[in-house]
Design a protein around this ligand. Structure first.
Ligand SMILES: [Zn+2]
Length: 296
């Protein structure tokens, strides 16, 4: 081997070792500062209510939130569809939404069309009309006006945000998605542990960088499930444990009370996390991976 060849080999070898070391550094997470406040999960449920017969998934979710081994009396935000023919548009669906309110949960706007309509595809006047329909439905159910909206399929832009704002609605996206939507994820979800670890892996640098606001001494982390999914409804207690365990495994501190509960103004907390005008559109980590069946 000539001197020049061996020099080149040594250079290449050094570059490979450097790359390997950098890779190792990247995969070793930096410790979260002990000064970082603990997390508290703000649970949200989309697409309900469901009027499936017993066991009714929405009712099952309400029972688990009220009573589970981790924290009884959890309060959540339900982003409801008030006009679906197999849910909110029926007397049974209306009764379930009234029950959600009576139990201290918050109702937010998701759709007021017969289907799960993407707001981005709706002309402005049509979207405005649909929001007015929804507000009227909410007024019938609660006597009040919702302040939170969850755009279907997380699809929004400056135009739809402006139309929401005209109606006093603020868009709440999510930090963690269970990807249990009926379109996106099969009921069995055998990879849910792996998926949740992946979500926490993405959350951790945001917490480290101080990107998430602190509200009342904790960092609210928005989590999304779908209550019409019978698998979610049946396994919600497991999912709650999985959230706490996955966060702790990532070195994230979780509050002694990991979820919001009775007596807390969760709408105020949620409003601290809504999208501001002019902010870049948020993309949901893992959504497309899951949809396209890619490895997370
Ligand atoms: Zn939805």
């Amino acid at each position: 081997m000539s001197r020049r060849t061996s020099l080149r080999a040594a250079t290449v070898g050094l570059a490979l070792i450097t790359a390997a070391l950098l890779g190792a550094c990247r995969s070793t997470p930096l410790p979260v500062s002990p000064d970082t406040p603990p997390l508290r999960f703000l649970l949200t449920f989309d697409d309900g209510p469901s009027i499936r017969s017993e066991p009714n998934p929405t009712a099952q979710v309400l029972r688990t939130l009220a009573s589970n081994p981790l924290q009884p009396g959890i309060r959540a935000v339900f982003f409801v569809q008030t006009r679906t023919t197999n849910g909110g548009g029926t007397p049974e669906g209306r009764a379930l939404m009234a029950r959600e309110l009576a139990l201290g949960h918050v109702l937010g706007f998701h759709t007021a069309t017969p289907g799960h309509t993407n707001h981005l595809g709706m002309p402005s006047e049509k979207l405005r009309g649909s929001i007015q329909d929804g507000l009227a439905d909410h007024a019938d159910i609660s006597g009040g006006t919702p302040r939170l909206v969850r755009p279907p399929m997380w699809a929004y832009d400056a135009r739809t945000l402006d139309i929401y704002a005209e109606a006093g609605l603020h868009a709440l996206i999510t930090d963690v998605s269970a990807n249990d939507g009926k379109i996106v994820w099969p009921n069995g979800s055998p990879r849910r542990r792996q998926h949740m670890r992946y979500q926490m892996d993405l959350l951790r640098p945001r917490v480290q960088a101080g990107e998430l606001p602190v509200v009342d001494g904790v960092i609210p982390v928005v989590v999304t499930f779908h209550d019409p999914n019978p698998f979610t409804a049946e396994h919600l207690a497991e999912y709650l444990q999985l959230l706490v365990d996955s966060a702790r495994r990532e070195g994230l501190r979780v509050s002694e009370r990991p979820f919001y509960g009775q007596g807390e103004d969760i709408e105020r907390v949620a409003l601290a996390r809504t999208v501001s005008a002019g902010e870049p559109v948020q993309h949901i980590a893992g959504f497309w991976h899951s949809l396209l069946r890619l490895k997370p």
